[in-house]
Design a protein around this ligand. Sequence first.
Ligand code: ADP
Length: 197
Amino acid sequence: MYIGLSGGIGSGKTTVTACFAKRNIDIYDADEMARLAVAPGQPALTEIIQHFGHEVINEQGTLNRQKLRDIIFYAPEEKLWLENLLHPIIRDKMFDAAKASTSPYCLFVVPLLFETKIKYPVNRILIIDTSLELQLERTQKRDGLSRQQAKNIIDQQVSRRYRRHHADDIIENNGDLNELDQQVEKLHEYYLKLSQS
Ligand code: ADP
């Protein structure tokens, strides 16, 4: 059984993922796959160089992420080009890797699950939700951002309301870590049951 996990910045995806990993559930992370997809020698990196030129490459032949981010920040059509190239590759890499999974179910952590145009063939969607105040506080603290910077990032993502509406399961991350782990335990037992039926 495949579970797609998503949530806004600072909602607690990484924290929740660790709770599932502790229970020996296999995790596939879109951000990690994204890094692998553009490693030297990968076809996607070759396409990126052909499209954007060698200015997006460091001396060591690795992708200069900041440079690429700067380019696409001011050019929505270039951002779209990059997403159209990378998103299907990232998804396919995740599902390929999951073929070797031996856990009763596995998790696909996809921060942009709702923002991407491509579909993820998952059985259920789990989201982590946090009040805006806590989300701002935790993001600011973790990333050393101002309140406005954190707010700008949140404003670029889909709304909490949209996520909640499209979720099968919701973890409410408004309490302490102990409370969070208890919610994961309940869901874990539920998923185990579902994966056996
Ligand atoms: P995401 O991966 O969704 O961006 P994280 O899991 O990194 O979010 O959580 C954001 C920050 O908030 C991290 O520093 C994390 O340690 C902290 N955090 C998450 N959940 C809680 C919680 N229930 N109590 C206290 N801190 C939390």
